[in-house]
Design a protein. Sequence first.
Lengths: 424, 82
Amino acid sequence: MDKNRVVVTGLGVLAPNAHGLAAYEQALRDGVSGIRFIEKLDEQKFACQVGGVPPGVDELKHQYLADDDLLAMNDAMIYTAIAGLDCWRDAGLPPIESNTPVDWDTGAIIGTGIGGMQTIGERLIPMVDKGRVGRLGSTMVEQVMCSAVSAKLGGLLALGGQVTTNSSACTTGTEAVIDAFHKVQSGQFARMLAGGAEGSSHYTWSGFDAMKVLNSRSNDAPERASRPMSASAAGFIPGSGAGLLMLESLASAEARGARIYAEILGGAVNSGGQRFGGSMTSPNADGVVRCIRTAITRAGIDATQIDAINGHLTATFADPSELENWRRALDVEACKLPPINATKSMLGHALGAAGGLECVALVLQLHHGFLHGSINCDDLHPKIEPFRAAVVQQTRAFAGQIIAKSSFGFGDVNGCVIFRRWSK
Amino acid sequence: MNEAEITEKVIALITPYVKNRDALVGISKDTSILGDLGVNSARLVDIVLAFEDAFNIEVSDDAADSITTVGDAVALIGKLVA
């Protein structure tokens, strides 16, 4: 059977620095940081007291969700619903009512890194520990099951295809896009919502703070705290939100006259096997290189055709290695690496949502012809100096055709997906 | 507490879980909590917990299972608070 071409026909985003596509595009262009001081982190004696939380959700959620739905939704589920409903509308799909028939042709793969933590931390554990299991009510399971984010949105949209949640640490969102791409490419479903979501719970962030992988040196300057590729990078800043894409077969998109943002040419996920430098918390460089090369091969392009890279780039010690791995994968000199930027410089690291938020950023850049600057890297890391020509420090116009997105995660897992500007 | 007061309180406690908001207009003792009001069946657990807190009563599982209509809830609570 011939493989379907897969295109992006809708986008939805709820990020720390913006809600909605126009605001997100502008924030990316202007280098707007979504990182703020978080009082709770101060109260709870976190070393890092800043983070990225989508603003205004307490008011916004009532525009999207009925009160009875909200009774059983934690923050990650609400973020997913807002981004998902936006994505659906942006794709030009019909409004959903309670009597809307099931859409058997559309599914969803929406990943999350640490599911249900807000509910577990704030309600489930305190109640159970007090011997009050009988007072928990009916809404715990549907909020703490890892698939809560995809399941709730699936119901809101009457999705009848596969509705599931993947989880592969910080590769999650990108992996969801790649897995959904394969579902559409193989003809299993006409459309798949894909991306990632992550809540804003301090319980989620606590373990990272304890590992000392969060930047604790910028509590007094939140907007400068997320510093990928910087000499003064001192760890990542935790973020949250949801970023979703509507992937659709070209045939389906054309049949309904949908607006097409971009085409996905291919993607790959793998693991470094936690050997040769790889571990639960660091990557085997050979695995990364292999993942990128496999994605390029599957996309049917040459390495030379990659016009830009949206990096994983979190602001840890791994940033210089990431650039070196890309250099090896593309087999170029450091000074010849394609332009690369770090969306996390504005959002922080939204864990399971990161890949989704960053794929949305990538598609907006490809569609509107710009590359956003990476903020907070004026003092480039010495090991990144050889790559200086590639680092996008200021937003600029972009006429290229292909952007690659990479994500890497704990467990030594890797993902790389390749998008092309839409042309028939 | 008389029956009218219990009924008013019961309706107020059920309302947050109601999906069919239109059905609240003509709500009566015969209104089915699941069928007419569109309450998700899992939420009956939460509604019974709300009854327990609001009326300071304990509702057994069997008694909770017997609640189908608003009138069923009012009658049960009437007995328990008496």
